[in-house]
Write a protein of this length. Structure first.
Ligand SMILES: *Cc1c(COP(=O)(O)O)cnc(C)c1O
Length: 495
């Protein structure tokens, strides 16, 4: 039975249904429990399934369907998900996943996502508890990275956005808030510095900002993959002599290719000596500071002006959960605060609240990323998260050791963190490097382990990024065994 509340008027013909809530909550409840159980079953039995398998064409065809005008039963839609989406994910939740740097997620994070979805909070601003949860995460990240009380921050989709926002902050610190209205002054000749191992999203941030990626100087790295400090100093001096205006230096805490961490204390010194904003891209590595074993690798990170990192990578929070921590939240306000009438603030009531995230970053409507992060930190505790990162690094070191013992394999870069790059070289370097790309494709098809492809000196190489808390020694052994077996196969040789 439909009630008047559903939009019907008496004597008006059949009442028009407009609410999207169910008539029968009992049926929905049962279906909801079923969906939850199915997903928990999936997580519990992950290791019995392939890390990846290609989606068959009928599954793909289901998602080239006409726009649904009429409703479909929730149970039927769930069946489509169960049969056609769930088995064909990218595999990053699987213990055998080592391709790229991606987090594994957790059951607690998943459940928190459901709660956040039910609450459907908009974290642009106003006075409600979800905002307090995001503030709690800011306070906790201040503590994790030993930042001062003045520090602010906020959730963004990922480190790509966090790095972009940091470039904008650095720009208005150099040029003043005027840059918001006036844009870049003619002939400003701004330049910034980072290493040649920088993640591709940083030059893209320079493109999006209007500064231009050519103004980002990419400095050579040393044998450990860290920015060459002497070369950096020479580049700054040369630019100054040529009339450029250096404004920003970007360090990396965990390069995407090899996991190298720049000398962050040295970068702080250079930033001070040259009046530069010092930003750190810690997308992949920074949360490693939660591990007592790893913390020393990040010396100096507490001194940066802004830090981008991803809870969705090593922090294991479900996607997406990028974060930007900023030494002085006034820099954020200077860049983003607005006085639009429809966003006017009240002294009290729902339109009150003294911290509106929309004043601190580019987004107005924002989801409740803080909740899944809060649940993850709260239910596992930072010690367990740190321990799982240290365990990843121990597996990586073990893998590197094993590679060095195998004559048919060669380690291509020192292992600073959780990333191992190597190549199948065969007996006496007689194997063309292209074989490595073929090996990786075959491993993906076999579905036991999934490393990714990278390049060293233009040659294809195998990269194992061990980020997943579920990865074990057996997965590492399967990688080595798989590479050796495939590498020795004659039919993999390019003709
Ligand atoms: C992953 C990564 C990024 C990009 O982060 P997203 O969260 O994917 O946007 C930036 N820098 C490094 C070093 C990364 O590993």
């Amino acid at each position: 039975m439909l009630s008047l509340q559903d939009g019907g008027l008496p004597g008006d013909g059949p009442p028009q249904r407009t609410s999207l809530d169910p008539d029968d909550w009992q049926t929905l409840r049962k279906q909801g429990h079923q969906m939850l159980d199915d997903m928990l079953d999936h997580l519990e039995t992950l290791s019995e399934k392939p890390v990846w398998q290609p989606a068959p064409s009928p599954a793909r065809a289901l998602f080239d369907a006409p726009l649904p005008v009429e409703p479909t039963d929730l149970a039927d839609a769930h069946a489509i998900f169960r049969d056609n989406i769930l088995p064909y994910g990218s595999g990053n939740i699987h213990p055998g996943f080592m391709g790229w740097v991606q987090g594994g997620g957790t059951a607690a994070g998943m459940l928190a996502e459901m709660l956040a979805g039910g609450l459907n909070a908009n974290l642009g601003g106003r006075d409600h508890m979800p905002i307090e949860v995001e503030r709690q995460i800011i306070r906790w990240t201040r503590q994790i990275f030993s930042f001062p009380e003045t520090a602010g921050g906020l959730f963004l989709t990922g480190a790509s956005q966090a790095n972009f926002v940091a470039v904008l902050l650095a720009l208005s610190r150099k040029l003043g808030a005027d840059v918001r209205a006036k844009g870049l002054p003619n002939g400003s000749r701004l330049v910034a510095y980072t290493s040649s191992e920088v993640h591709g999203c940083v030059p893209r941030a320079f493109e999006m900002s209007g500064i231009g990626s050519e103004q980002l100087r990419r400095i050579q790295v040393n044998a450990a993959g860290q920015i060459d400090i002497a070369a950096l100093e020479r580049a700054i001096l040369r630019d100054k002599n040529e009339g450029h205006t250096p404004f920003l230096v970007i360090g990396t805490a965990g390069t995407v290719n090899t996991g190298a961490i720049d000398d962050l204390s040295a970068l702080r010194g250079i930033a001070d000596a040259n009046d530069l904003h010092f930003h750190v891209d810690g997308a992949l590595g920074a949360l490693g500071i939660l591990s007592d074993d790893l913390a020393h690798l990040f010396t100096g990170i507490q001194s940066c002006d802004s830090l981008a990192f991803d809870f969705h990578k090593w922090g294991q929070v479900p996607y997406d959960a990028g974060f930007l921590l900023v030494r002085d939240s006034a820099w954020q306000r200077q860049r983003f605060a607005s006085d639009a009438a429809y966003l006017s603030r009240a002294a009290s009531g729902l339109a009150g609240g003294d911290w509106w995230p929309c004043d601190y970053g580019p987004d107005l409507s924002r989801g409740f990323r803080a909740l899944k992060t809060w649940f993850t930190l709260k239910t596992y505790g930072v010690k367990a998260l740190g321990d799982s990162m240290a365990a990843n690094c121990a597996l990586a070191r073990g893998l590197a050791g094993r590679i060095e013992q195998e004559p048919a394999l060669r380690l291509l870069a020192p292992v600073a963190l959780n990333i191992v790059c190597f190549a199948y070289v065969g007996a006496g370097d007689d194997v063309p490097p292209q074989v490595n790309a073929r090996i990786i494709e075959h491993l993906h098809a076999e579905g036991r382990v999934a490393p990714s492809l990278t390049h060293f000196n233009g040659q294809p190489a195998i990269r194992a990024a061990i980020v997943n808390h579920r990865t074990r020694q057996a997965d590492i052994d399967a990688l080595i065994d798989g590479v050796l077996k495939l590498g020795s196969r004659q039919d993999l040789l390019p003709c």
